[in-house]
Ligand binder design. Structure first.
Ligand code: AMP
Ligand code: ZN
Length: 115
């Protein structure tokens, strides 16, 4: 837990957020401001601020997050049509919440380049 981190509070159940997936390391829930018909966040239970904070002490976490996103995508029935996975990192990456999370976006055609 880190101070006022909103995702740490969500992980502790402080907002009564409905988790659509959970295990000992990760949680997934719907984004409060969805940018696509399916917009799910996969977060670490532990406070890690950014993807670039991962190091040899947690080599499996990002892989687990991606496998979990794939599982959620199957449950959300967007697996066949496809989807986008996004880690925003730091200010230029557009990261607003400083707690590691993976966006799963789907249910519509994505465009490229991203904004
Ligand atoms: P990022 O810009 O990559 O840091 O993404 C943070 C995401 O967290 C945004 O898409 C927000 O809409 C989402 N978010 C912020 N607060 C909440 C909340 N309480 N519950 C669900 N999603 C949230
Ligand atoms: Zn946190």
């Amino acid at each position: 837990m880190s101070g006022d981190c909103i995702f740490c509070k969500i992980a502790k159940g402080e907002f009564g957020t409905k988790f659509i997936y959970e295990d000992k390391d990760l949680l997934a829930f719907h984004d409060i401001n969805p940018q696509a018909p399916v917009h799910v966040l996969i977060i670490s239970r532990n406070h890690i601020s950014r993807i670039n904070q991962l190091d040899d002490s947690n080599p499996d976490l990002a892989g687990k997050m991606i496998l979990t996103a794939n599982k959620v995508a199957r449950n959300e029935k967007i697996s066949k049509a496809g989807y986008r996975l996004v880690f925003n990192c730091g200010p230029d990456g557009g990261q607003e919440v400083e707690h590691i999370h993976l966006h799963l976006l789907g249910g519509r055609q994505m465009s490229w380049p991203p904004g």
